[in-house]
Design a protein. Sequence first.
Length: 164
Amino acid sequence: MTDVRVQVADGDAEREDAFAVRRAVFVDEQGVDESLEWDDWDDDPATTHVVAYDRDPTRDAAVEVADGVRPVGAARLRPKDRVDAVVGKVERVAVLESYRGTGVGRALMDALEDAGRERGFEGFLLHSQTRAAGFYERLGYERFGDEFDEAGIPHVKMRKDGPG
């Protein structure tokens, strides 16, 4: 992995960086309608956003460099629903195309699972794009249910029981 660090997006600037990565991956690259990409969970205090930054300004990427640091990955974790704070739902995992396969996705997932353990989540759920399911399987997630369409893209439900 290049000189990448993952951090919780505590402030507005970090959250905007996370949103810039999501826009580049989901809206620009994959054609997801912008109205589907953002929802009430983005501003909910129960949601944890993480963002990965690369300190190498010479590497090509789809998001502009600010102060020599480029956001290259993002993800969020929230309670499965507003009454169930036992299971975390991993969502909006996005890595810029030129950084895929470099360990950024694993680092994002490690950060989310660490945050989930700190919050007492007993397991994790996610909806994986079918083509990315192998990545999550390597992290210990298991598929369940049938393939379904989400935002025009085939997905599968996955879960990881236990504290991560």
